[in-house]
Design a protein around this ligand. Sequence first.
Ligand code: PMP
Length: 310
Amino acid sequence: MIINSIQAAIGHTPLLRFTHHDFPEIPEGSAVYAKLEYLNPGGSIKDRLGVYLINEGLTSGRITRETTIIEPTAGNTGIGIALAALAVGLPTIFVVPEKFSLEKQALMQALGAKIIHTPTEAGITGAIAKARELQEELPDSYLPLQFENPANPQAYYQSLAPEITADVGAEITSFVAGIGSGGTFSGVASYLLERNTAVRLIGVEPEGSILNGGSSHSHEIEGIGVEFMPTFLEGLPITKYATISDSEGFAMTKRLAKEHGLLVGSSSGAAMQAALAEVAQLPAGSQVVTIFPDGGERYLSKNIYSREDY
Ligand code: PMP
């Protein structure tokens, strides 16, 4: 396959099917499908958002050739935006809470981005406030703001969701996915609902996220978990939220690597844990789709595969 830019390699990731053979938790005749988003060139599902946001901004006129892009991000969205911005020569500044992995920050910088840190305790809310401040100060800057911008779910509605139904068909029993901004979940869920109103929608969060009513506190699983209810979830008939502990999430992440050769990040482990719990209580013949959003190499400094406590 010859391509003319690395951005052309974004999307069309493989969908890996697991059966009873692979995981005894999956009833015979049922399947769990995992969309391998870590195989995108920037290493995560957020490459799709980066390209979509930059194209949408250029088309709508919100972005010109002089614009600086500013965004608060845990890292993967920054990498996705930086990759897309690079193709059109736009500078990028990302506001990142200190706790997030150093590798993600190094990758954003490798793609030419400038990073501004906010304190871990201020959470993503602190990063959003700082990004808004920067945007006010900097003439001709654009803040896509993934947490509010309808282009976020749209990116997944238009690229990820059709790929899934093209491979599995409309007969998807359940869609199980982690929620950070909620863009991935909402975009794919909306698309699936238009084809099958009975599809079960399971949102995945780490302990320390508030979707199941728990109190907000820090957690080690990276990329998912919210401090406030994402606007994108409003109006969606969500079946339930699965709250996964750090130890369950990391144990599954290690198992995916060791038993299946899948070098994925901890939000993938959490999603798989929830997908297995879901398929285990469904009738034989059910099809559960989940997402593996990024890879594990960007968390090696956090000992993702070698922590003894999980
Ligand atoms: N997993 C990882 C590793 C991520 O970086 C993100 C995005 N923060 C997600 C899951 C969740 O995606 P979304 O923001 O679309 O809910």
